[in-house]
Structures are given as C-alpha cells and as structure tokens.
Unconditional design. Sequence first.
Lengths: 453, 402
Amino acid sequence: MIDLQRHQLSAITPEFRIKVVGLGGAGCNALDRLVLDGVPGAELVAMNADAQALAGSVATQKIQLGRTTTRGLGAGGDPEIGYSAAEESLDEVRSTLSGAQMVFLCVGLGGGTGSGGARLIGSVAREHGALVVAFATMPFTFEGRRRMAQAEEALAALQSVSDVVICFDNDRMGDAVSPRAAIQEAFAAADHTISQSVRAIASLATQKGIIQIGFDELAMALRGASRGGSRCLFGSGEADGDNRAHEALERALKCPLMDKGKMLGDAQSVLVNVSGGTTMTLNEVQILMDEFNRHISDTTQILFGTSVDPKLGQKMSVTIISAIGVAPSAEAVRPIAHAQPAAMIPRAAEPEAEDPKERTADISYATTDPISLASPEAVAAALAANPLADDGTSNLSNVARIAAAKKAAREAKQEQMQFEPITRGRFEKSEPTIVDGQDLDVPTFLRRNLKIR
Amino acid sequence: MGKENIVIGLEVGTSKVCAVVGETKHDGTIRILGVGQAPSRGVRKGEIVDFETASKCVREALVDAEEKSDVMIGSVFLAITGGHMDAFNNRGAVNLPEDRDEICEEDFEDVQTSAREVSIPKDNMFVHSILQHYYVDGQDGVLNPIGMLGRRLEADFHIIHGVSNRIRNSVRCVKEVGPEVLDVVFSPLATAQVVLDQNQKALGALVVDMGGGTTDYVVYVDGAVKQSGSLPLGGDHITNDISLGLRIPMAKAEKIKVEEGSVVLGNCLPGETVTLKDETGFAGKEIEREMLHNIIHCRVRETFELLKRRLDTDNYLHFLGAGMMLTGGCSQLKGIQHLAEDVFGLPVRVTHAQTVSGLTSAFENPQFSTAIGLIKYAEATQPIRQRGFFSRLRQRIPFLGF
Ligand SMILES: Nc1nc2c(ncn2[C@@H]2O[C@H](COP(=O)(O)OP(=O)(O)OP(=O)(O)O)[C@@H](O)[C@H]2O)c(=O)[nH]1
Ligand SMILES: Nc1ncnc2c1ncn2[C@@H]1O[C@H](COP(=O)(O)OP(=O)(O)OP(=O)(O)O)[C@@H](O)[C@H]1O
Ligand SMILES: [Mg+2]
Ligand SMILES: [Mg+2]
C-alpha cells in the first residue's frame, strides 16, 4: 500500500461541522426536503422573515429574521426589506453559525427575504472562517423580469461572499416534470435536486476518501456555474447488484440536471466521486470511470475522488458535478484564498482524520492535502512561497503567500490527478504512449494498482 | 593520421546529446579520440520536439567534441530512434534475363527493390534494408552470389522504416548547426555493432539499449538482423514515476534514481530509508527505500514485459545462443540484469562498447554505446563507400553480416 502522506498541514479537527441554512420561503422548503432526506453530520437551520412559514418548517433550529422590521410577515418580494430583516437578526445568526466549518446556504433568489438576506448571512458565516457553499435557484421565466433582475443582482452579491455558488435554473429543473404539472410539483422536483446535491457535497466534504476531493477541486468543477447564464450539471446515482458500477453511473446520468450526459461533452472540468461499501473493488471503479470517460471530451479535466463507506453496504454510489456555459471568468468562482480567513486555508482540502483501518480498498494513493498532491515543481514553488507550511507551525496570515501556494497547488492539480489521462507529469505535453488502451506515461505502479509493500 | 579515417558519431538522445570522435583503423578496430556532450533538452522519447532548443544542444555537444578531440567536425553519422520506427522481414526475388546466367551487382539492386515492394504507411520512408540471406535458384547458404551461375536470385531483408518528417527533422536539426549528415542509422543497429562481435551475432543475441526516452532493441539470429524496434519508454519514465510517486521534483527524482535506484525487491531492512539531500546538503525528506525500489521495479519490469511481448510475435527468443546484452544509461540500475533474466528467460549481460581503444572512460560508459556504434557502422560500410558508391548505392549493395 502506498501511503505517501507524511505531513499534515495542521492538526486535524476531530469533526467537521457543517451547517445547512435554508433562507427564505424557497430555502426553507428545500431545507425541509433535506430534513426528510437526512444529511449525516450536518445541522439544519431554517431562517425566514415569514413567521408562519417558519412555524411550518420541520427543521429543529429556526431563526425568525427581522421581528421588528417585518413583524412576522415576509419581505413582500422586496430585497431591501429582506436585507434589513436579516440585519436586525444578525447576532442570532452569528451565534448559531459560530463553530461551523462549512456552511451550506440554500436560497431561492428573486423574492425579498432570500435575495436580500443571502449576502449578509453568507458574510456572517465567513466571519467565523467557514467555507460557504451557496445553492441558489433562479426564478422561472414566467415569474417576470423584475424577479429575474432581483435574482441576478442577489446572485452577484452572493458570489462575493461565497466560496462556491451552485446555481440552479428553476426553468430547467422543471423539465423533470410534465409541462402541465402544477407549479408546486415543479418546486418539489427542484427541492429534490437541491437536496441531492447538498447531500452529495456534504458527503464529499466529510468522507474519508481514498482519493479525496479537495474543496478547491469542487470550486474548479463549478467554475462558471455561478454565472446566471451557465448551467450546473449535477447527477448522482446509487445501485447494487452485479452491475452496480454501470447502473450507478447510468442513474447519475439520468438526473434531470444531467441532460443524460449529453452536456458533459462541453464541460471543462467535471468532479466525479465514487463511493461504495467495503466490497467495492478498484476494478469496478475503473469500469465506471472508463464508461464515464466516454461522455466527456478529451480536454475535460476529471477531478476524481473515491471512498469506502461501510454504510453503503453492497451499494456503489456516484456523484457527478460540473458546470458549463459562459466562459469561465475571473469572478465566476472567486479564488478561495483571497477572502477566506487565513486559518482556514490548510483545512480547506485537508483530509478528515485518516483512519488507517478505513483505507481498506486497494488503492490508496492519498491525495489529501493540496500541496502534496501537486506536481513536484509546484510543491517546490508552493513551499518556496510558504516555507513553513510543511510543519504546521506556519504563520498563515500572509494571504499573498498562501494565495501563491494555493495557486501553485491548484495549477498542479489541473495537470494531474490520480486516474489517466491525468497523471502524466513530464509527459504532459508529449504524444502519449498507448498500448492496449493504457497510457504508459502514467506511472506503472498507479496503473497496476500495486500494493507497494 | 588521414582525415578520411576520422568518423563522428552523433546521438541526439533524450537525456544527452553526444558526439564521439573516432578513428577507424585498417584492422577494423576503432579508437576514440574524444567525446563531446551536452545535456539534451527539447527531446522526448527519442524524438525532437523542440527544434531550436535541440539544435542548441547539438551545437554545444559538437563544440565540446571538437575541443576534446582537436578535430574539426565537418560531417557526422546520425543515430535516429523513436516509437515511430518500424520493421519487417521480406523476401525479394529477380529472375535473370534469358541471355545471362551469371549474377552481377545489378541484380542486387533489383532484388532489394523487389523486397521493398511492400506498402508502408504513406508518411514513412525506408531507412535500412539489411540483407539476411541469399538464395540462388532456391539454394540457401550462399554468402556471396556475385559471379555465381543461376537463373533466379532471391534475398531476405530486414527492412526498417520510419516517419519521414521525423527523420528529416533530426537531420535538419543537425544540418542547421553546420555539419553534413553522411547517413542516418537506426540507433539499435549502431549500438549492436559495438556490443556484439561477429560470433555473438552468429550465435544469436538480443541487444537492448535502455536510454532516457526509448528502449531500443535488435535481434540477431544466424548472423542476420531479424527484429528491431524502439519502445517509447525509458529512464525518463522511471524518473517521472518516482517524482509522482514520492512527490519530489524531477531533478531530485533523477538524482535519487541514479544514486540509489535499484530494481531489487525484498532486500531492504524494514523501514530502511534514503535521505533526500537538498541543494545545501542538509538532510531533507526521508524516502522509504523499498518503495523507491518498487516504483522502479514496476516500470522496468513492465517495459521488459512489453518488449518480450513484441519479440514473442516471432519466435526468435529460443535461438539466442549468446543471450541478451543490456546497455544504455538504465542498464546501470542495480539488479536490472536479474530482472531481465527473469522476464526474458535468457542469460543477460550488462555491457558497453567492446573492441574499442582510446578513451576508456568513454567506451566503458553504456550511455555512449550508440554513438560509438555509429563509428563502427561507418567503418563497416566504408569499403563500399570508398568504391565510390557512397550513400546512394550503399543501400543497394547489401552488406552481409552487418
Ligand atoms: N425550489 C423552490 N423554489 C421556490 C420555492 N418557492 C419559491 N421558489 C423560488 O424562489 C424564489 C424566491 O421566493 P421565496 O423564497 O418565497 O421568497 P423569499 O426569499 O422568502 O422572500 P419574500 O417574498 O419576501 O418572502 C421565487 O421567485 C421562486 O423562483 C420552492 O418551494 N422551491
Ligand atoms: N547510474 C545510473 N543508474 C540508473 N539510471 C541511470 C544511471 N545513469 C544514467 N541513467 C539513466 O539513463 C538514462 C539516459 O541513458 P542514455 O544516455 O543511454 O539515454 P539517451 O541516449 O539520452 O536517450 P535515448 O536513447 O532514449 O533517446 C537517463 O534516464 C538516466 O537517468
Ligand atoms: Mg417568503
Ligand atoms: Mg540512447
């Protein structure tokens, strides 16, 4: 077994705390769905100005926003009122979110409470050093121009305070239901998709990966997703039985936001996470990835993670996340390193406590910290930029330094990940040597999945 | 010393460019006068990928060779290699005209032309047609049919071809620097000229040159070339694997490979480590020795296994009385001989240029086998050249035993 991980960048926190916030009517509805579906290891908090709606929520933690501002009514579709309502209750929000390491913010943009409050809630979460992932829906076209404009403005504000914004078009999610279905059905379908993606990303963040997906990889996969005009591709599927690898993938590709995999060909990078019970074999992962590769173009970068989760029993589960659309712009996904509190940085892509017993699968080419994953050149560059990062004693306050290190690590990741055709190192730009379908430039020990020692 | 006896062998290798200045003597031995070298850049897997950079390296090596040997370099023999090189065996035949029954030189040309009447990819060109055997009126065992009486001349050839553009690129890269390219020679053929003697060729032998970018090979059976080729895998891959596996920069991986590399498994002490020193000599990262060996082992074994599979397509491995000769930079890896024996089931010798005199340090270095071999190749084909046929006709007069 190759266990190449030597240094942790900092002490491992015993548990990774996630809080999921549902904001406004839409956000709370999505949150209710999540409560029913269950998000292991996460606390769910409903926040709304509308007291009546809040009372109907099944979430255990609730915050009524702007008691005096709206006196228990909604924001009436006015983001300014939504903003004041959130502002009034900021202390309560702050104490609820303190201690969270990751905050998922679910919000329907276009109304008042959600559109107005999202930015404030996001920045409060940030204050505590949490990573903020926003799940935002854009209104249906039939809701009118004004709501759309409000939503767009709110989206831009939300982007400025979130590490990642995953944006769902209600118009598209409605595709899943029949054209004549009642609007409630369309919303329910949307909530279901949101719930799936929240749970998938939560489990990405908490799983003990054999090949761990780092947060900045997630950000990379979603690059461009936060633009109004871009589309988030999301699919996840589970299956058991003899053909579980194939079936799980097929189900994931059938998800409404997946377009049966057709859109994947246009994606620049795609995040794929495969997990399974202890019976999952490397071969199955390989089969699944080979099949998946047929859906993407040669230039698509795969960000691949895999983990063993005994809870899955005989099942295999695959999650695909990507974004396509407008050309990635600088602000589409704000570089994580900048606004993020410095102390958070090493933790961002840091492994969960690595329990050696968990790593029972054949491969364990751990890629758990961002720097050790990097190409040697990038490691050198990163360490030169941040010489103390290796021993955990680093003074991480120098944002520029960290940004450089992160950037180097990220660039390196773009070059190589664990599965072909990515780990080619020096041969990155040369004509590949393919024999029997194998890229021989990828290290033999990786391809043969050799247990070193 | 007559200037016509001076030959320069140039190899633009993946890891180094090397120009060997040699003097060929009448008794067939060669003497090395000097070796010029430069680290190679712009070459991957044996092929030039960055023309300008490679040209600079060639210039550096040639200048170095001129200084070391005190010889002005006006022309070179150039080794070429790469995964695009391919080969096959084919028989050519001619019937003598009705009014003549004595075989003459002209018939060689025709028989060779007919052996080349096979389609090769349209982007490819013929590089060598190496005679294997003659048959006169169906009789084999003919050494020199010229002057023999017969009606039909046949001959088997080992025909080597490669992608024209890539070969021309190599030639152009050298010409750009100045010297004339007298001939291009497929690397393993050149190498074999100095690592094998006539006897070993007759007994049958496999020569493997494991360099930085390619693993080149040639098989001799009954004194004739039967198989040859180049796998685009070599020491660079080993280094790359180490670099990715141990997460150290390429330069460090290269150093640790050369200094500590081995393919032997299971003979390390539990927990034995190698310390990676940094530039200032301070102890740095500790690397598990067994892991290092394992990464190298996997790659080298795989490369050998692929080569064996290629060789197995014809059944010559059972006819190699002289076994396998391993040369090139990677042949210096510890334990590689036993690994090769294990994979190929042949006796293996790690070797370098033989029957050469002069600078010992040069010919004892397995990395120079190819460049030195070029000099021997030139010497071996020289009699024909001096008869004035030069390179145009050289190919048409198949030279037995080469
Ligand atoms: N997915 C989903 N989207 C919804 C749902 N309800 C509303 N939306 C969308 O979310 C947008 C914002 O609506 P709300 O969440 O009700 O508005 P709000 O944020 O509470 O603000 P107020 O109108 O002031 O109460 C709407 O324009 C719809 O596009 C829902 O149940 N599910
Ligand atoms: N002592 C050593 N142990 C292991 N490997 C070595 C040693 N010395 C050199 N090498 C390796 O040998 C390779 C270079 O060999 P060589 O000089 O024969 O190749 P080349 O002619 O430059 O390349 P090619 O012929 O493939 O284009 C390099 O990968 C180098 O790391
Ligand atoms: Mg509302
Ligand atoms: Mg060589």
